[in-house]
Design a protein around this ligand. Sequence first.
Ligand SMILES: [Zn+2]
Length: 127
Amino acid sequence: MDPISPLEQALHAARALVLADLVAGEVAEADVVSLVEESVVQRRWWIEQWPEGADYVAGLVAQDVQDALLERYGRWPLCPVCGSGDPHALDVEPELGPDPHWVCHKAGVKVASVGFLGSATGGTPSS
Ligand SMILES: [Zn+2]
């Protein structure tokens, strides 16, 4: 049996991390999950061309899904740090690098690593 390649492991990890954040934001609907799958397919091609980019995949998938959601649903993930003012989305930093995390540029803070938004927001919806 073939061992799972490091590239596949990176893709599996990226998929799991972004899905965890979608679940934390309560937007993990079936069609949203399919956006993650589409991104993973595209990024599989991408890291096959450039295997050194495997560490960057989680941040890239997060940004792909963020862009796709913006077109279809609106901003995601909404900033959990700033309690007042206009709702705004978090950004992924670094845009192309390892250890991606969500940041709020308005407050200038790191909110959580990609995949750990649930722990940053306490996991309890305020509604
Ligand atoms: Zn904010």
